[in-house]
Design a protein around this ligand. Structure first.
Ligand code: NAD
Ligand code: MG
Length: 415
């Protein structure tokens, strides 16, 4: 039986991971859970899964959780109370918990970086959903993987599709899990994108986009931050950088194709010009399960794909004028070093400001671009962890200051 730790257990990825554990009680058990602030859901999860350790990002909630567990009627209390930890050290301890075989990283944003690194350093296999970690700190994460022998299994649906397609190729034996190592027979990859919440909107209409509009994804049900990233298509830009680090590809080998039905989850093109694709309904459970069962596949009762039901699969080129975040991510990725960490942090902060209705949707890319531009003079090409963390917090402050001073509005209105 595989022992699983779930970081960010109360989020979209976290809850879906726990549903899988419930569906396969003979295959998986939960040993560690971590969460941000949702104590009510966490409490339910503790009762159901009886983990050995639980960590809360907010240290101040530790006592409250302890009290609420102790107040449960005896019959609803776990047989053995878990160790309860808090703060960064607590998250790191839970992420590197000795009894775990696989750590699912469902924390959103760069907040996942330190716990993910802790899991990697302790040699755990990682089901990577928290893409921001790799984007911000690729140059730090890749050598750590090599040192510890930890294996990075992609849970993002596109990267899972590529990973699944790679399994059947002859040179996969050596290259399929050597993260960051170029694969000799892999010519290019095609990342599919649904087009996000605004795919049928004109650029003119985007001027009236609200938070409700941007957090309403046509195909996928996900956390708020990634749903806004899908609406700006920054999610696809981030996935380009994620693919660069995961599969050791140059940026000109990574293409984006708009595929509104989200049935083909991505494709690989091989040396002989053959193209392989992975298909399925838009449901994150499959890529998460594949990380958990890899290299095996488990029989599921899930709804089978029917292409007759789907009817049509269509494809078109992304509109780079309407969605500047994609090109921004390509150029930032090519610069490398600390620049992707700045792009990621500026994006996280700009999205947070948008969700608080302090800025307009169209201001998101402008704030990110201006912050990346300002970082050029301070770029570090081979950053260490401290340098990544430093630029991450610098970029967040830079965006906040710009919004607070109202300067971004001048930029936006002037364009
Ligand atoms: P979410 O907002 O639904 O959940 C985030 C989880 O992280 C919650 O448990 C929350 O409590 C926790 N968290 C938030 N801030 C934290 C902090 N500062 N410290 C520790 N924990 C914190 O997000 P999600 O949609 O599940 O996404 C999680 C990650 O997976 C993201 O990196 C996202 O890009 C990636 N991802 C998600 C999906 C999806 O379908 N949801 C698909 C692909 C990739
Ligand atoms: Mg994805």
């Amino acid at each position: 039986m595989k022992a699983i730790s779930v970081l960010g257990s109360t989020g979209s990825i976290g809850t879906q991971t726990l549903e899988i554990v419930e569906e396969f009680p003979d295959q998986f058990r939960v040993v560690a859970l971590t969460a941000g602030r949702n104590l009510t859901l966490l409490l339910e999860q503790i009762q159901k899964h009886q983990p050995e350790v639980v960590a809360l990002a907010d240290e101040e909630l530790v006592n409250e959780l302890r009290d609420r567990l102790n107040e449960l009627p005896l019959e609803r209390r776990p047989n053995k109370l878990p160790k309860i930890l808090g703060g960064t050290d607590g998250l790191n301890e839970a992420a590197s918990w000795d009894h775990a075989d696989l750590v699912v990283t469902g924390i959103v944003g760069c907040a996942g970086l330190l716990p993910t690194l802790a899991a990697i350093r302790s040699g755990k296999d990682i089901a990577l959903a928290n893409k921001e970690t790799l984007i911000a700190a690729g140059p730090v994460v890749l050598p750590e993987l090599k040192r510890s022998g930890s294996r990075l299994l992609p849970a993002d649906s596109e990267h899972s599709a590529i990973f699944q397609c790679l399994q059947g190729t002859p040179w996969a034996e050596n290259a399929r899990l050597s993260t960051g190592v170029p694969n000799p027979g892999l010519r290019s990859i095609h990342l599919t994108a649904s087009g996000g919440a605004f795919r049928d909107w004109s650029t003119e209409d985007l001027k009236n986009a609200t938070v409700t509009d941007a957090t309403n994804h046509p195909n996928w049900s996900m956390g708020r931050k990634i749903t806004v990233d899908s609406a700006t298509l920054m999610n696809k830009g981030l996935e380009v950088i994620e693919a660069h680090y995961l599969f050791g590809l140059d940026y000109d080998q990574i293409e984006i194709v708009i595929h509104p039905q989200s049935i083909i989850h991505s494709m690989i093109e091989l040396a002989d010009s053959s193209v392989l694709a992975q298909l399925g309904w838009p449901d994150m459970k499959l890529p998460i399960l594949y990380c958990m069962s890899w290299p095996s596949r488990l029989e599921t009762p899930w709804k089978r794909l029917s292409l007759k039901e789907v009817g049509q699969l269509t494809f078109n080129s992304p509109d780079t004028e309407k969605y500047p975040c994609m090109q921004l991510a390509y150029s930032v990725g090519r610069v490398g070093g600390t620049m992707p960490a700045v792009l990621n942090a500026a994006n996280e902060e700009a999205v947070a400001q948008f969700l608080e209705e302090k800025i307009h949707f169209l201001e998101i890319p402008k704030l990110i671009e201006a912050t990346c531009e300002n970082h050029k003079k301070d770029l570090k090409s081979q950053p260490n962890l401290e340098e990544v963390l430093f630029v991450d917090s610098w970029a967040r402050n830079a965006v906040r200051e710009k919004v607070d001073s109202g300067l971004n509005r001048v930029v936006f209105l002037g364009s």
